[in-house]
Design a protein around this ligand. Sequence first.
Ligand code: LLP
Length: 463
Amino acid sequence: MSRSAHPAGPRHADVLPEGHWTAPATDLNALDEKVWSRTVTRDADGAVSVGGIEVARLAEEFGTPAYILDESDFRARCRAWADAFGADADVFYAGKAFLSRAVVRWLKEEGLNLDVCSGGELATALDAGMPAERIAFHGNNKTTAEIERAVTAGVGRIVLDSFQEIVRVAHVAQGLGTRQRVQIRVTVGVEAHTHEFIATAHEDQKFGIALADGQAAEAVRRALTLDGLELVGIHSHIGSQIFDMAGFEVSARRVVGLLAEIRDEHGVELPEIDLGGGLGIAYTSEDDPREPHEIAKALGDIVTRECESAGLATPRISVEPGRAIVGPTAFTLYEVGTIKPLEGLRTYVSVDGGMSDNIRTALYDAEYSVSLVSRSSDAGPMLVRVVGKHCESGDIVVKDAFLPSDLAPGDLIAVPATGAYCRSMASNYNHALRPPVVAVRDGRARVIVRRETEEDLLRLDVG
Ligand code: LLP
């Protein structure tokens, strides 16, 4: 298909493929705990609650669409990651998945570190009181101003992404009379996505410095000679929404191989390795993610084994999960506006949000599930496509799902597992107002990111 052709029409009008996971569930009222946050329950009267509050009450108080974030689930997931990796490793939450000042405070209280990848994320982290030494600064094209800010703040590490950046960060640090702790991000020739990984040729990307052709070794050589830098480790991130640990295994083996090379060439044993983020979550009942303790054990075992065989002391390991922490903790609450049945095909259910609050379906063909949450229903299943209110036929939130056939305008439906990369990738397309993030915990709800207003939009438009 040519780049200029509009894919939204024909591509999205295909019928449900045979054997697709969305065979009608036996009980449409059931809430699969794999995809819903931990305090979500359906009460005796059929309505759904989260954090002890009925979603209808949340809709009334905060409006729809809204992201509803289960704070105790978020904190529990932070603790599970911190406990799984223990005192000899570090967990950096990847702020790109979702970041706000409240989230920074929760991370701080639960003992996690924070990975930021822009000046804006850094500003949010610092403003909310994350100690600078617990911040890692990422990005493939950090500006000099961003580097200056990070070095001045005293961030714990800057992850160097290119040859130019090695010199830039060294120069800034030296100018400020300091030595910046840095890691070098390498591309290990592994790209993993969901159930697969490919261990060839994925140096063809903008991030990092290739291990191939001695590029990474050369980067290390240069970094070690610069006074402004304290090279503490090697970083690798291999992809997103990964279930298969095999990709991490190859990556860890190659990173440890580089550590051994560095020891042999420079007589230096770098003390840290970071294996990035990318651990998958359940978006639908079909997905089977790993628990943090399984991931920690698998990574720890691989690194220990590889280091032993290379005669290296085991370095301090760090990881950067974003989606795996925040993804399952939130759902998006929508009100049904219109319902359009297409005989023998499917029923289009339009909600009051869409691709402006969840671009992942349109952008990645992501799969989500959806449930009726303002009441239960005994009606039979109806095949639906949940769509938004934008002027675009690719404006799809849930491509194929089943909802009760008595669904009516005014009902509330919710799409679970939208905590990661939904609010953080939200847009103002069609001048939509980005929804609020409402945190619920122990019967209390509070807005942690407020809904945008038309005033907000007009304030930027200086006329
Ligand atoms: N560390 C680095 C260096 C990364 O580049 C990323 C994600 C992470 C950690 C966190 O990955 P996570 O554990 O959240 O998967 N917008 C896409 C995901 C892009 C991820 C980019 N980097 C999505 O919605 O699926």
